[in-house]
Design a binder for this molecule. Structure first.
Ligand code: AMP
Length: 412
């Protein structure tokens, strides 16, 4: 199967060639023909599968083919709503690349930065808008955007959207959309509340399911290091020196922890930067940009980055802390091994985290191999951090299962 077989127009084929894409990924192969027929789509897929191009390409083609009907000032005809700023920027970059040889214009709006540049771009007229929910509603309220002319609506990462508490914002946005439109709904998981939301958005739809989460885990070479909490910084320094990867993404459970890791690495002459919710949007973008360009070899992130980051050829993911929600582990290691590439992940596990490891192995249906011969092995003498903390971990685990939203939000 080639992109030619999918009936794409020349300006898009040229852009794809320039991106170096030789053949469509499975989600592109399945979704593009459905969308070109103007059907609604329910996509069960996560980032890393080529999902963005799967929805961006047909939207661009349909607008480009109908552009002659649309005289006068450009109106926003396609709206993509996505939960995080990083994802919004990434999707915007993809649209820019695929639109390169068309006459369409796209822009991205998100919170945490001044709105001037965004409202200027909107004033100039855009065809395609990528937005996070809060800033979108804000700029609608201020009169910079109307959704009256939307023909294509994409709700991306719906499960994360609900985890982040955006349900009311989404409902407000839906109420402003024209009834007559083509709708696309993507989610990595499909629990009941997500299926219910999809029914509110989609008309008659086709469904595409790609890559159950376990498959991501199968592509990545994974390992566990049992290590005492106090030895984690030294083990991290050792691994980075020993493996000397071009790019390492380190996950920390907390913002404070991420900053601490950066300081420890700096003492060992390893330059790193942190991205998390307490950093300004400009700091976050600079750190992520440097990391993507290869100027920065080590990036330390909280889970805000777990789904958003797309670094081609990311070599190593280190879970400095194991996540307390098992699905988060899959999203984290999925930052490496993107599209068809393979990748490596190493997770540190201290005595307090063993219960989390058990949950993770159950979810992915794999036993993660243990690295025994590292210089800071946990000799089994360490005690849980506080008396009774094992019991507390178990209680926490149960609470987490019932209340993922609160835990995830707090960790961001
Ligand atoms: P996404 O799931 O949209 O985040 O895409 C994951 C990565 O795969 C991104 O780096 C894309 O640029 C890349 N990609 C998307 N489609 C293709 C393709 N057909 N061939 C090669 N790489 C692709």
């Amino acid at each position: 199967m080639t992109f030619n077989n999918l009936g794409l127009i020349q300006p898009i084929l040229e852009a794809l060639e320039e991106k170096g894409y030789t053949q469509p990924t499975p989600i592109q192969e399945q979704a593009i023909p459905i969308l070109l027929k103007r059907r609604d789509l329910l996509g069960c897929a996560q980032t890393g599968t080529g999902k963005t191009a799967a929805f961006a390409i047909p939207i661009i083609q349909l607008i480009e083919q109908n552009k002659d009907d649309q005289a006068g000032k450009r109106k926003v005809k396609a709206l993509v709503v996505t939960p995080t700023r990083e994802l919004a920027i990434q999707i915007g970059e993809n649209f820019t690349a695929y639109c390169k040889h068309t006459r369409l214009r796209n822009t991205v709006i998100f919170g945490g930065v001044k709105q001037g540049a965004q409202t200027n771009a909107l004033r100039g007229g855009v065809d395609i808008l990528v937005a996070t929910p809060g800033r979108l509603l804000d700029l609608i309220q201020q009169g910079y955007i109307t959704l009256k002319h939307i023909e294509y609506f994409v709700l991306d990462e719906a499960d994360q959207m609900l985890d982040m508490g955006f349900i009311h914002d989404i409902k407000k946005i839906l109420a402003k959309l024209p009834k007559e439109r083509q709708s696309l709904f993507f989610s990595a998981t499909m629990p009941k509340n997500i299926v219910a939301l999809s029914r509110e958005i989609l008309g008659n739809y086709d469904k595409v399911t790609i890559q159950p989460e376990q498959a991501t885990a199968e592509r990545v070479e994974q390992a566990i290091c049992y290590v005492a909490k106090k030895d984690k910084p030294a083990l991290l320094v050792h691994l980075i020196h020993d493996k000397n990867p071009e790019s390492t993404l380190v996950f920390s459970r907390t913002k404070h922890g991420a900053d601490k890791i950066v300081r420890k690495l700096s003492k060992a002459n390893i330059t790193a930067a942190a991205i998390h919710g307490n950093k300004s949007q400009n700091q976050r973008q600079r750190a992520l940009g440097d990391f993507k360009k290869g100027k920065l070899n080590v990036l330390v992130a909280t889970d805000i980055a777990a789904r958003g980051i797309d670094v081609s050829q990311l070599e190593l993911v280190i879970n400095y802390d194991l996540p307390n929600v098992a699905e988060t582990y899959v999203h984290r290691i999925g930052r490496t091994g993107r599209a068809s590439a393979s990748g490596e992940s190493i997770s540190f596990c201290d005595i307090d985290e063993k219960a989390y490891l058990k949950d993770i192995q159950k979810l992915i249906g794999q036993h993660i191999p243990v690295i025994e011969d590292h210089p800071y092995p946990d000799d089994g003498t360490q005690l849980p951090s506080k008396p009774g903390s094992n019991q507390r971990n178990n209680n926490n685990r149960n609470r987490n299962k019932n209340n993922r939203h609160r835990n995830r939000s707090r960790n961001r």
